[in-house]
Design a protein around this ligand. Structure first.
Ligand code: SF4
Ligand code: SF4
Ligand code: SF4
Length: 202
């Protein structure tokens, strides 16, 4: 009973009431280093569905038939802005979307890359990361069916009983591999390099 009286007294304090009715949460802002959602360039879509096939986020993109022809539609509530659809489209129908290629602020150029690391003590060589990676699947469609790849162009593959990273520079940081690893053995880290007065390469 004493505690109820205490709380009622506390909540009726003018200072608390004023804060309760007037406090405002700062609106959510997209950080300056993030790029926007993919948008249309106006070029003609040929309905090859590459963008939909490579998208790792369920429900983020759909290619719809309109009166004027086919057109991809982005659903921002689902899109994770990985930009894979932009890269996959052979017709340049989509633009932007890739997060933090290079941005410039206060005379400093910030460029990003992704670092992939596999903890061999946790990895069980199941190959889930290699198969789930949308970039890997795009480079070597055989990979999804067979689980292995003979291509030297993939980001990573199981080789000699270990996951070997071949092309980390092709990683888009979508983290699909992390999500699909049953042992949390693979980690994707975003590295940001700032060059003052520099012209970092995109
Ligand atoms: S940016 Fe990524 S998540 Fe968004 S629609 Fe394109 S592929 Fe899907
Ligand atoms: S937007 Fe590009 S990738 Fe998607 S269906 Fe159209 S042509 Fe293919
Ligand atoms: S984060 Fe993982 S799944 Fe995504 S592109 Fe990079 S290696 Fe592939």
């Amino acid at each position: 009973m004493r505690s109820i009286v205490y709380y009622v007294r506390e909540f009726l304090r003018p200072e608390w009431l004023r804060k309760f009715v007037s406090v405002k949460t700062a609106p959510l802002k997209t950080p300056s280093y993030s790029k926007g959602y993919p948008s249309l360039t106006g070029r003609e879509c040929t309905a090859c569905f590459s963008c939909m096939m490579i998208c790792p986020a369920p429900g983020a993109i759909a290619v719809l038939q309109r009166k004027e022809g086919w057109e991809p539609e982005i659903y921002p509530g689902h899109c994770i802005r990985c930009g894979l659809c932009v890269e996959a489209c052979p017709e340049d129908v989509l633009t932007s979307g890739r997060i933090l290629d290079v941005t410039r602020r206060d005379n400093t150029a910030f460029a990003s890359s992704y670092h992939l690391e596999v903890d061999d003590s946790l990895c069980m060589r199941c190959g889930n990361c290699c198969v789930s990676c949308p970039v890997n699947r795009q480079i070597d469609p055989q990979l999804a069916g067979s689980g292995t790849s003979a291509s030297d162009e993939v980001i990573m593959r199981v080789e000699g009983g270990r996951v070997r990273i071949l092309h980390p520079e092709k990683c888009t940081g979508c983290k699909t591999c992390e999500t699909h690893c049953p042992n949390r053995a693979i980690r994707v880290a975003r590295l940001v390099e700032g060059v003052q007065g520099g012209e970092a390469e995109a």
